[in-house]
Ligand binder design. Structure first.
Ligand code: RB5
Length: 145
């Protein structure tokens, strides 16, 4: 499953590290930018990555900004997007198992690269549990209309 990767300027360096990590692990992934530390508006990158997930071109997205907050707020404006801001692996596992999150957001000014890569691995290696959680996600879908 292809992974869409994006960041603003604050997340650029961590995005590069995440990209190298995905590459080394053999994942299929696409970098939607940014491509430097020049100032950028995080909603623009959130729009690009969420469009790739909404269209099905990518199964998951990873968005990084300074705190991860702006990216999660912006990404969750899009229908069908379930973006989860995670600061440790337990939340990343629950985001997949309980919330069927399709976007992981992280804050490069909050966590270091070692923890970030562990969060990415946990997110990508966890699956939606279904069951009682499906009904709750259906209620979220209804809130989109
Ligand atoms: C950029 O300075 C910063 O506001 C942004 O990366 C992010 O933290 C917003 O939520």
């Amino acid at each position: 499953m292809k992974i869409a990767l994006g960041s603003d300027h604050a997340g650029f360096r961590l995005k590069e590290q995440v990209g190298s990590h995905l590459e080394a692990a053999g994942h299929s992934w696409q970098d939607f930018g940014v491509f430097s530390e020049e100032s950028a508006d995080y909603p623009d990158l959130a729009a690009a990555v969420t469009s790739a997930v909404q269209s099905g071109a990518c199964g998951y997205g990873i968005l990084i900004c300074g705190t991860g907050i702006g990216m999660s707020i912006a990404a969750n404006k899009k229908a069908g997007i379930r973006a989860a801001l995670c600061g440790e692996p337990y939340s990343a596992r629950c985001a997949r198992e309980h919330n069927n999150a399709n976007i992981l957001t992280m804050g490069s000014r909050v966590i270091g690269p070692g923890l970030a890569l562990a969060i990415v691995d946990q997110f990508l290696n966890s699956s939606f549990s279904g069951g009682r959680h499906s009904n709750r996600l259906h209620k979220i879908e209804q809130m989109e209309t």
